[in-house]
Design a protein around this ligand. Structure first.
Ligand SMILES: *[C@@H]1O[C@H](CO)[C@@H](O)[C@H](O)[C@H]1NC(C)=O
Ligand SMILES: *[C@@H]1O[C@H](CO)[C@@H](O)[C@H](O)[C@H]1NC(C)=O
Ligand SMILES: *[C@@H]1O[C@H](CO)[C@@H](O)[C@H](O)[C@H]1NC(C)=O
Ligand SMILES: *[C@@H]1O[C@H](CO)[C@@H](O)[C@H](O)[C@H]1NC(C)=O
Length: 442
């Protein structure tokens, strides 16, 4: 730290896309045709060429993580996006609701309002419709301390869903809302929470610094694809807090987490009691004068409330601590895990499947047990693993942990079964398998 140590924090929010276009076909079509029927226009027919085109566009959005893109294709195009349980019907409703803005007599939108999406929906000459709907992943926010990254995860429920409808014969296009930058409200929130915490301990306020914001954004962007930011090169000139969270993780919650560590800070001894307090001490650091934050939406391609995240997140968290790439979900492996969990549900015995193909971690409880609890048991074995000698503490287990952090393992599949005796059986399988004798995990 120099004389001035401006505070810096980063919120990472990246997005990804999964497809569920097929399920939505009827919904898209019905919603369009209902609006057309009202004004006596013939119904549209579904067209897979258009639907595929929409899907390709969606995949492009996925790759660039930029949903302000237009397909610039030969078809008419409406796009809508919304947070949370945003359905295909909601998307089409958004377009149809523009009807109030459309003056049919003058064939124009009233008073500069929007109505072209509605016009596209009821365009008489349009014959075919093809749509795609994609889920743009979890909001993920990462918290790092002054010295190093200390991620803590928090789950909540939010997803951004982007619906794209392409309609044959007309050309309209529309930019969906940008999502990956801080809003002015977010900046205000960050600043307010910091400065309130500072005022409480009579430390002067911070002011917003655009250069720090852009420095934070550069860092945040490194986490776009895998939700794991690249480690900072040594010697970053700024103090740094990061926060990560799934779902509707806001600036409010991120900064609130840091300030919430106040209870852990003992001023008299200038040390943390109980738990972490370094984020808080950075927030109220007297010599800090400026603040810049950023956020990025990153994605695992999985909806934030998906059960798979309960297995993936804590294991990838453990991997990221060793600088290892994240594992992804593998349906084939998961099917194996499911069938084995089902077999074990009659006795809940902690017995391995003896699969030659997969690594395997098991957990059992006589009562209810969550995937998070099972994974925590495995990851907590880290305390009993000595990397230097590549052995477990005498009399302790650490093989579950070494499988979790096995570098060459790329994908996992897990399952949970309620046993007939009231217990819970949880299994994760790993491909390619780890724990080769005599080899280090990473
Ligand atoms: C904070 O600032 C004061 C005076 O402005 C200076 O004496 C002190 O060394 C600074 N502390 C740190 C840790 O930079
Ligand atoms: C679907 O739309 C494409 C592109 O406009 C068109 O060439 C094709 O004939 C349509 N397919 C059907 C079955 O109508
Ligand atoms: C359009 O704006 C004018 C002036 O602001 C207002 O008088 C008029 O009622 C508006 N028309 C509609 C349809 O909202
Ligand atoms: C999933 O596991 C199978 C082996 O069961 C493997 O062949 C396949 O490549 C894996 N897929 C991914 C995405 O890792």
């Amino acid at each position: 730290m120099g004389l001035l140590s401006p505070l810096f924090c980063a919120i990472l929010v990246t997005m990804s896309v999964t497809s569920n276009a097929n399920d939505a076909q009827k919904e898209f079509l019905d919603a369009h045709n209902a609006a057309r029927a009202v004004v006596g226009v013939a119904p549209l027919a579904w067209n897979w060429t258009l639907a595929m085109y929409a899907q390709e566009f969606a995949n492009r959005v996925k790759q660039t993580c930029d949903n302000t893109e237009e397909s610039s294709g030969p078809y008419g195009e409406n796009t809508a996006s919304g947070y949370g349980a945003f359905t295909t019907t909601d998307a089409v409703s958004q377009w149809v609701e523009e009807k109030v803005n459309y003056d049919h007599q003058l064939n124009s939108c009233v008073n500069g309002t929007e109505c072209k999406h509605y016009k596209q929906v009821v365009w008489r000459a349009s014959l075919h419709l093809g749509c795609a709907s994609v889920l743009c992943g979890a909001v993920f926010i990462l918290i790092a301390s002054l010295q190093k990254i200390l991620p803590t995860a928090q789950k909540m429920g939010l997803s951004l869903k982007l619906s794209i409808a392409l309609i044959f014969t007309i050309t309209f296009s529309f930019k969906p809302y940008p999502i990956s930058c801080l809003s002015q409200d977010d900046r205000t929130t960050f600043l307010t929470i910091h400065n309130e915490a500072r005022a409480q301990v009579r430390v002067g306020p911070l002011s917003w610094d655009n250069k720090l914001e852009s420095y934070a954004q550069d860092f945040a962007n490194t986490a776009k694809s895998g939700c794991i930011p690249r480690k900072r090169p040594e010697g970053s000139p700024y103090g740094e807090n990061t926060a990560e969270g799934y779902g509707a993780f806001t600036a409010w919650e991120a900064a609130g987490q840091w300030v919430g560590e106040k209870d852990n800070y003992d001023y008299a001894s200038n040390s943390c009691v109980k738990e972490e307090c370094k984020h808080y001490t950075q927030v109220v650091w007297r010599n800090s004068t400026r603040l810049g934050c950023a956020s990025v939406l990153c994605g695992a391609g999985i909806a934030p409330d998906d059960y798979r995240l309960e297995y993936l997140v804590p294991q990838n968290d453990a991997r990221s601590k060793e600088n290892l790439p994240p594992v992804v979900w593998n349906d084939t492996v998961a099917e194996f895990a499911r069938s084995y969990a089902k077999r074990r549900s009659v006795d809940c015995l902690l017995e391995h499947s003896r699969s030659q193909q997969y690594g395997e971690n098991l957990a059992m409880s006589t009562g209810e047990m969550s995937p998070a609890q099972a994974v925590k048991m495995w990851v907590d074995e880290k305390a009993d693993y000595d990397y230097g000698s590549n052995t477990c503490t005498l009399g302790k287990m650490c093989g579950h942990y070494t499988q979790v952090v096995w570098r060459n393992t790329e994908s996992i599949g897990c399952a949970k079964a309620q046993c007939t005796n009231g217990g819970t059986f949880i299994t994760c399988n790993y491909y390619p398998p780890g724990n080769y004798i005599g080899e280090r995990p990473y």
